[in-house]
Design a protein around this ligand. Structure first.
Ligand SMILES: C[S@@+](CC[C@H](N)C(=O)[O-])C[C@H]1O[C@@H](n2cnc3c(N)ncnc32)[C@H](O)[C@@H]1O
Length: 265
């Protein structure tokens, strides 16, 4: 039995790790699990049924760990997310958003259908009194020119004068964020990265800012390159993280160590 401490990344299987976490101790779970796309050994399953059995098993193991006002975000393909959504509803979780991540980077050339360029992030809560800091995740208005004008005189809407918020507009459920794979390309060529599917730090930071407060506990049991841990540390939250692969754990720990000297890594 491992004594799980906050703010460390454990090299463990998610099921062994979750067994050691206290029930009702997690404020926010950010889960970026295998997608069954055969991108690596850990992403390869015997069959679709096998993949969904695995997925529903980790969901079952995770559910008791969330506090009553806790939130969960789950990444996956749109197709898989439809089944995951249905499973969470059957567990009486409350649907909040189907977030579409527009990756600004095509996943492949479609000849018989449209090319894939998105991933899904399901946002569910356990109850109705969850944290949601909408003011902390405002994004710039699209038309700066119009907004500059509206700041001075306001815009007449239903008989009332509306003034734009200087911090930007409310964040919608379609997120246009460039993938790490695309950012790393040199002259359009894909480069080998330390982890094959790291999530953009800014995207995980957005989730953490919206759905947790300083000192809250954030769980990520498929930690990969440690993006959740890094974002949590930056934003003064605590994290509970595990990852199966030794090299990824080492890479994630290095990223965390570097954070002391610079915020961008
Ligand atoms: C999609 S990646 C996560 C990427 C991560 N969000 C990041 O930003 O780097 C999924 C990770 O889950 C890990 N994994 C797969 N099966 C696991 C298991 N049973 N227990 C723990 N980790 C596992 C893989 O090694 C992989 O690094």
């Amino acid at each position: 039995m491992t004594q799980i401490k906050l703010n460390q990344i454990y090299q463990m299987d998610c099921f062994d790790f979750l067994k050691e976490i206290q029930n009702c101790s997690v404020d926010l779970a950010i889960i970026d699990p295998p997608y069954n796309m055969a991108k690596a050994n850990w992403d390869t399953f015997k069959s679709e049924q096998d993949f969904f059995n695995f997925t529903f098993q980790w969901i079952d193991a995770l559910i008791p760990k969330l506090k009553g006002n806790g939130s969960i975000y789950i990444f996956n393909t749109p197709y898989n997310s439809a089944f995951i959504l249905s499973y969470l509803v059957s567990k009486n979780f409350i649907f909040q958003n189907w977030i579409t991540w527009d990756k600004r980077d095509g996943m492949g050339g479609g000849r018989r259908r449209f090319s894939n360029g998105q991933e899904t992030i399901l946002f569910f809560t356990k109850g109705i009194d969850h944290t949601f800091n909408y003011n902390d995740i405002r994004i710039p208005y699209d038309s700066q020119e119009r907004i500059k004008h509206a700041m001075k005189k306001g815009i007449l809407k239903n008989g009332k004068r509306w003034y734009p918020n200087p911090d930007g507009k409310l964040c919608g459920e379609v997120w246009h964020i460039v993938s790490e794979r695309h950012k790393a390309k040199v002259n359009g060529k894909i480069q080998k990265m330390a982890h094959i599917t790291p999530k953009p730090l800014e995207m995980i930071e957005r989730i953490i800012k919206a759905s947790s407060n300083p000192n809250d506990v954030i769980l990520d049991c498929f930690a990969g390159s440690g993006t959740t841990a890094l974002a949590a540390k930056k934003l003064k939250r605590n994290f509970l993280c595990c990852e199966l692969n030794f090299e990824y754990v080492q890479f994630a720990q290095n990223r965390l160590e570097k954070l002391g000297s610079t915020d961008e890594n």
